[in-house]
Write a protein that binds this ligand. Structure first.
Ligand SMILES: CC(C)[C@H](C(=O)O)[C@@H](O)C(=O)O
Ligand code: SF4
Length: 469
């Protein structure tokens, strides 16, 4: 009998092409997702070296960060820099024979939402993208890494990646989530617990009853933010929920190929007794809805809590940095979270821009109105999500409540397109990053779940979704 292995060990072993004397490996890459921000120099490198893309059929390109999300976007991109990046990807995809979803394609959207919904993301695969939130795809039991631009070029040219193996970490979330508490709250709580460096050097496998009970959308939310916890990647073993999600997706294996794939996928779980270098255990039943108060995703607290006092922190560097965060956020220690008023609400991003997220938000706002002091928008994560939401009438619910209903893209998750906060504006956001300037110069971000963001839009301040009527 061979030694028991973790899910990470298994996928790793199945993809190692060669190992050198230092332990550095060449890994075979099954899928490569490409967006406009991190690919122009990579394609240029290929061009200069006279190289081709090694496996165009394993590569998929889509624009997301720079595309406008306003209904008039078919008239073209006004911002010069954004337009150049988007045009470059279109040209590169054409020149190198890579499938490409432009902003006019219904399948366009945020790269990490598009991959899974096309069945491009499958269990057991190695998946890369020049984007840190590639960890999202780990929800399918795929080993999914974010990579840099020079690595994008390497993968385009060779379909391999140079990697050293990371350590194994297990995060087990036992029990069942209480009503009103979501996958977003799970991952925010985990990051609050382990800190933004907590996963450094590790691949995190998420397991336990609460994780198993999550839908694929919820699992993607959890794996998406693994990167905010410092880990190389996040993983969840595939199960019936996974297979059910994948089954009819356009690029999923069909017929005999499906049966064979399923046989393999069912072996993709950690063996009994497999070794983890670190184990963290949380109890889902104790989790509240969570709100971030500072400028790091580890700065989190229960919605029933108060803004903490940095003076209670022993470590001086940390104390100074948390004071700075409070100053940036315009908050005082002791303020009740539910007394914090918001100016903007953003529901979208690769963390929470999927259909289930929009359903959760719509349920909260149905028949209600966005507060007069708040400007709020919903940005579906992809054209497919948008179409599904419209088929269910969610767009009407949102529009009647006073939300803007936008076209798909990264939007206000990061200030790289026209959607951004003005200096001093405070936003309840379903995205994943809250560092200074992330959503716009001097903008203030509070990370929350879709239901919590929706409730804040209506109330004008944070409210405990568990008490929502
Ligand atoms: C622009 C891109 C390289 C970046 C990332 O890698 O994550 C972006 O998606 C982000 O979320 O900050
Ligand atoms: S939605 Fe945000 S986090 Fe996701 S890829 Fe786009 S910018 Fe990055």
């Amino acid at each position: 009998m061979s030694a028991p292995r973790t899910l990470y060990d298994k996928i790793w072993d199945d993809h190692v092409v060669s190992t050198d004397e230092t332990g550095t490996c060449l890994l075979y890459i099954d899928r490569h997702l490409v967006h406009e921000v991190t690919s122009p120099q990579a394609f240029e490198g290929l061009r200069l070296a006279g190289r081709k893309v090694r496996a165009p059929e394993k590569t998929l390109a889509v624009v997301d960060h720079n595309v406008p999300t306003t209904p008039d976007r078919h008239t073209g991109i006004k911002n010069e820099e954004s337009r150049i990046q988007v045009e470059a990807l279109a040209q590169n995809a054409h020149d190198f024979g890579v499938e490409y979803y432009s902003e006019k394609d219904k399948r366009q959207g945020i790269v990490h939402i598009v991959g899974p919904e096309q069945g491009f993301t499958l269990p057991g695969m190695t998946i890369v993208c020049g984007d840190s939130h590639t960890s999202t795809h780990g929800a399918f039991g795929a080993l999914a890494h974010g990579i840099g631009t020079s690595e994008v070029e390497h993968v385009l040219a060779t379909q391999t990646l140079v990697q050293k193996k990371a350590k194994n970490m297990l995060v087990r979330v036992d029990g069942q989530l209480p009503p009103g508490v979501t996958a977003k709250d799970i991952i925010l709580a985990i990051i609050g617990e382990i800190g933004t460096a907590g996963g450094t050097g590790h691949v995190i496998e998420f397991a336990g009853e609460a994780i198993r009970s999550l839908s694929m959308e919820g699992r993607m939310t959890v794996c998406n933010m693994t990167i905010e916890g410092g880990a190389r990647a996040g993983l969840i073993a595939p199960d019936e929920t996974t297979f059910e999600y994948i089954k009819d997706k356009p690029r999923a294996p069909k017929g005999k190929a499906w049966d064979m794939a399923l046989d393999y996928w069912k072996t993709l779980h950690s063996d009994e007794g497999a070794h983890y270098d670190r184990v963290v255990v949380l109890d889902a039943a104790n989790l509240p809805p969570i709100v971030s108060w500072g400028s790091s995703p580890e700065d989190v607290i229960s919605v029933q809590g108060i803004v903490p006092n940095p003076d209670d922190i022993q470590d001086e560097t940390k104390r100074t940095s948390k004071w700075r965060a409070l100053d940036y956020m315009g908050l005082k220690p002791g303020t009740k979270i539910t007394d914090i008023a918001v100016d903007r609400v953003f529901i979208g991003s690769c963390t929470n821009g999927r259909i289930e997220d929009l359903r959760a938000a719509a349920k909260v706002v149905e028949g209600k109105k966005v507060a007069s002091t708040v400007s709020a928008m919903i940005v579906p994560g992809s054209g497919i999500v948008k179409e599904q939401a419209e088929a269910e009438g969610l767009d009407k619910i949102f529009k009647e409540a006073g939300f803007e209903w936008r076209e798909p893209g990264c939007s206000m998750c990061l200030a790289m397109n026209d959607d951004r906060l003005k200096p001093g504006e405070r936003c309840a956001s379903t995205s994943n990053r809250n560092f200074e300037g992330r959503q716009g110069y001097k903008g203030r971000t509070h990370l929350v779940s879709p239901a919590m963001a929706a409730a804040a839009a209506v109330a004008g301040h944070f409210v405990d979704i568990r008490e929502w009527k």
